[in-house]
Unconditional design. Sequence first.
Length: 418
Amino acid sequence: MSAPKFTTLGCRLNAYETEAMKALAAEAGVGDAVIVNTCAVTSEAVRKARQEIRRLRRENPGARLIVTGCAAQTEPETFAAMAEVDRVIGNTEKMTPATWAGMAADFIGETEKVQVDDIMSVTETAGHLIDGFGTRARAYVQVQNGCDHRCTFCIIPFGRGNSRSVAAGVVVDQIKRLVQKGYNEVVLTGVDLTSWGADLPGEPRLGDLVMRILKLVPDLPRLRISSIDSIEADDNLMQAIATEPRLMPHLHLSLQHGDDLILKRMKRRHLRDDAIAFCEEARRLRPDMTFGADIIAGFPTETQAHFENSLRLVEQCDLTWLHVFPYSPRPGTPAARMPQVDGRAIKARAAQLRAAGATQVERHLQAQVGRTHDILMESPTLGRTRQFAEVTFARPHEAGEMVNATISGYENGSLTAA
C-alpha cells in the first residue's frame, strides 16, 4: 500500500492543515489515495481546483481521490458531481481522526460520498497542532480559524465558519517546543488574526497573546505576525510594536481598497484615513517597520477615480509588498450581484497596482544597500531580513542560522550579500 499523496491549493493555513491531515491519514493507515485541499477565495481558485483534480486523476487512475478544503465546504455538490472524485469532506471533517479511520476501514462501502456538515455550528478550534510546520528556519503556528465578518466579496467565512481561537496557554506551550527544536522564528497565523481571543474567557486581544509569548518564551529570537486587520489592532499590539525588538517590523495589512465608497460597499470596517493613520502610527513607534497589503482591483462599481485612490494609497501608506487581486465575482457573495467592471479595465488596473508595488519594492531594496541586517537563512544561499526582504548570499550558510551581514546590492527583487 502506497502512502497518500497531498496537493495543497491556497493559503498558508491550508498548507498547515495539510500537514495535520498527513499525520491523521498516516495514523489511520490510509493509503492509495490522492487528497486535494482546495481554496475558495475566488472563482478562479475553484476553477483551478477542478483543473488540478482532473490532472491528478489522469496521473493516478487507480487511486482514490478525496477533495476537501474551503471550496469543498462551500460548494460540495460541484465536486461530488465530478466523475474523477470519490469523496468530498468538509473543513471540520478533514481534521477529525474518525473521518480518516473510516476511510481506511471502508472507503466507499456504505459511507456517503459527501461528508460536509454545517461549519457555522463549529465553536471550537480543532486540536491539530503540528510542531515544526514550515522550513527548518521558520515555523507557523495556527492560533485562530474562521471569521465573524461578512465582507461582500468574500466567501471564506462560509468555508471556515465563525471565529475560533486557540487558548494562549496551548499556543505558548507549542512555541516552547518549537524553540527547543531549534526554530529561530515563529509566525502566528489565522483567518482573521486580530479577532483572536474574542471567544475566550476574559476576551483577550492579539496584543495580549503577543506580549505573553514574548514574556513566557524568552529564548524565541523572532516572532512574526501574518495578515492583520489594522482597524482591530489593540493597544497592547501597538505597545509590542514599540517596545519588543523580537517582534518583527513587518505587517501584512488587509486593506483591500483606497476609496471610502468602495470600502463601504465591500463592508470593510475601516476608511482610507484609518489605514493611513495606522501606518503612520506604526512607523512612528517602529521606524524600520515595513508593510505588505492586499488590494483588490476592479471591485464592482469601481470608477477610474476610485481606483486612483487605491493607487495613491500605496505611496501614502508606503506599502512595500503588495498582493494584488483582480476582482472576479464569487457566486454566493453580495458583490457578485453588484454592477461589474469591464474585465479589460480590471486587468489594466491590476497591472498598474503591480507596477506601483514593484516601484515600492525597488525603493525599499535600494535603501538597504550598505546597511547591516540580521538575516534568517531559509536555505544555504537564501535568507530574509527582519522586514521579510529576501537576501541571496554568494557563499552558503546553514539553513536556520541567523547571519549578520552587510547588504552589497540587489537584483531580481532580492538583496545580495557576501
